[in-house]
Structure formats: C-alpha cells, structure tokens
Design a protein around this ligand. Sequence first.
Ligand SMILES: [Zn+2]
Length: 243
Amino acid sequence: MGILKDAVSLLLPPVCSVCGKLADTSDRMKMKLPGDLVLCFDCLSRMVPEDKDRRWLLCLSNPYIGDPIPSMPLYMPFRYEGFFKDAIASVKFKKDRDLAVFLGSVLGKLAQEDNITGDIIVPIPLSHERQKQRGFNQALIIAQEMSKKLHIPVAKDILIRTRDTLRQSELKMDESRASNMKDAFAVAPDWDISGSRILIVDDVVTTGHTLHEAGEVLTRAGALSVAGIVLCGNRYVKNDDPF
Ligand SMILES: [Zn+2]
C-alpha cells in the first residue's frame, strides 16, 4: 500500500494541505515541511504574526473576585482567522498531524525570538473521547515542538482531566463557559511542581477560561508562575505588563 501511495503521489500534482489548491513543491523544499505536509505560497504568505507589542494579553479579560491569578499572562502571536482558522480546522477534522507539528514549530520559533522562558511546558489535555476520535492531542504536539526550540521539557501527565467538559464552542454565555471549566483539571499527585514557572500550551484560545482554570489548579499545587501560550485566538485585551 505504501508503494502504491508513493506511485499515486508522483502522478498527482501536490495540493496544499490547508486550502486544497495546487502547490509548488519548491515551496515545500524551501520550508522543510514535516512529513507529507504541503503548503501553497498563498497560505504561507497568510501567516502574518501580530506586532511584537500585541502578542501578550491577559488570559481573562474580566478576572473574577477572588481570582488567585488575575494577571495571568497569555501569549498569542496569531489571530484565529484566515490561514489559522483553516489550519486549525484541518488539524482537528482532517486529523492532519504533520500540520500540527508545523504549527508547533512556528509557535516555538516566535516564542524563542520573544525570549519566553520557564521550567516546564504543560499541554492542555484532551478528553479521552476526543483523543480517541482524533488519534492525537494537538496541544501536546505543539508543546513538543515548542520544547525543541525553547529547550524546556514537556510534562504531558501533570494535568489530568477530571471530567469531560462540553465543547467550549457549544456554550453561548461567557459565564456558562467559566462554570463548564470549573474543576475540569487536577494535578497528578506524583508531581511536585513547587516553585516552577509553568508554560501552559494550547492551540486556540477563545474566552481564556480553559487556560485560566489550568493555571489556577497548577498555582494551588505550588507553581511559582503560570502563563498561557497559544498559537492563535480571537482575544483583543492587551496586557501592559508582559510576562
Ligand atoms: Zn494553501
């Protein structure tokens, strides 16, 4: 089957993994794309990061009373629109693992340029059901690629999902999204994270409640600092006091 697949791919012109248009293979060679990933020139040129002073935001726009980490920072270098909206859909629904690897390396490179530091990288875990459907956790893949660039280890089993939550996108009200995440995570008992500076990684941020809940749980378990690191999102609130 492998030989047949190779023979077929020699006959067919390469199409972009994100938009499906014909792609020039020389773009692929230049970018050293992982696995079978193909990206066309148009898609590559749509990957424009936010200006440096707009990449740090507040994780929650409206911290609630008693919030133990009201100034939790969020690093978000791209907007969830255009290329990134299409690319995230390809990762999630076409199960494109190579694309997740590529997106992780892009985020890692920017994080490196922006001198992001920490002691441990912790990906947001997927529910068992979704991991089974997709076959991989894109947040973990992104975290692993960031780890290669930043030389910070990934600890994929520190955060545990204690119960499956509804998809955040299925919930309308901001408040119900917050309560949907309450007690969604726990810290694995065999980890001692006291005094650690933790980078919590996810692919997309919407309200920030998922990352914030993870940050709260890690802070309660002794983390010195927590910061959310995501590829893209739709947030606008700027954080004047970067991490
Ligand atoms: Zn394309």
